[in-house]
Design a protein around this ligand. Structure first.
Ligand SMILES: [Zn+2]
Length: 240
């Protein structure tokens, strides 16, 4: 087994509080397209626009079509084995909590318990105008809110919206108290999430298919697929 994976397994066994930060690389290995690199029909649209409050307000049909496709993706695909490896390590006490930039809900779907969705979730839909809950079916069937006739939307953080403060504060305080932060599947190009690993006084690790250009130096970088690395890591940590 890779020497770096054995070293990380050793750190995890010694750490009292290990916090994970996961990004798009985890999702794409389950087949979910990275929305920042859309192809085909969607290639002509700026992803930062279709996922913004401006699109919701001014081009709602476009917004709804875009998110109907994304909801279709998350409801037809499933979390890969790397997610299950993480959930198992969490259940056995080797991972304290998981902060994720992903909106697919795959960590919870794979059984993880302490998950903070920093950018919200596509799993639920609500009315942008009155806040009442709606359903995926109502949204994808182009229905409006059954209470106020307002616009339905997935419960994700759009460009132009505030990040969920309670979730962020929990992630920040857990990372500040952590001995180990493991970043998986993101090269940390987005502010403010790229600041999170710098808050720990403990060790930092990156598992990604490319090195990070971020100025924060990681104590350990493991280049490769998230799924394969996590399967080896859980074998090293759990000994199965
Ligand atoms: Zn409403």
């Amino acid at each position: 087994m890779d020497r770096k994976i054995l070293e990380l397994a050793d750190w995890m066994k010694k750490s009292k509080q290990t916090v994970l930060l996961t990004g798009a690389g985890m999702s794409t290995e389950s087949g979910i397209p990275d929305f920042r690199s859309q192809t085909g029909l969607w290639a002509k649209y700026d992803p930062a626009y279709v996922s913004s409050t401006d699109a919701l307000r001014d081009h709602y049909d476009l917004f709804r079509d875009f998110y109907s496709l994304r909801i279709q993706d998350i409801t037809t695909l499933s979390p890969h084995e790397g997610y299950h490896a993480l959930s198992e390590m969490e259940a056995k006490g080797f991972i304290t909590s998981i902060a994720t930039q992903n909106v697919d809900g795959f960590h919870e779907l794979s059984g993880a318990k302490d998950v903070w969705e920093l950018h919200g979730s596509l799993r639920t839909v609500s009315c942008h105008d009155c806040g009442c809950s709606g359903t995926h079916l109502e949204f994808t069937n182009k229905q409006s809110c059954s209470h106020c006739n307002g616009k339905l939307r997935p419960d994700i953080v759009l460009f132009g919206e505030m990040l969920p403060q309670d979730v962020w504060n929990k992630a920040i305080s857990a990372i500040e108290q952590s001995d180990l932060v493991i970043v998986i599947g993101t090269s940390l190009q987005v502010y403010p999430v790229n600041q999170l690993p710098t808050l720990t006084k403990g060790k930092t690790v990156l598992i990604n298919n490319e090195a990070s250009s971020h100025s924060h130096p990681f104590d350990l970088t493991i280049l490769g697929s998230a799924r394969d690395t996590l399967l080896q890591l859980s074998e090293a940590v759990l000994g199965n």
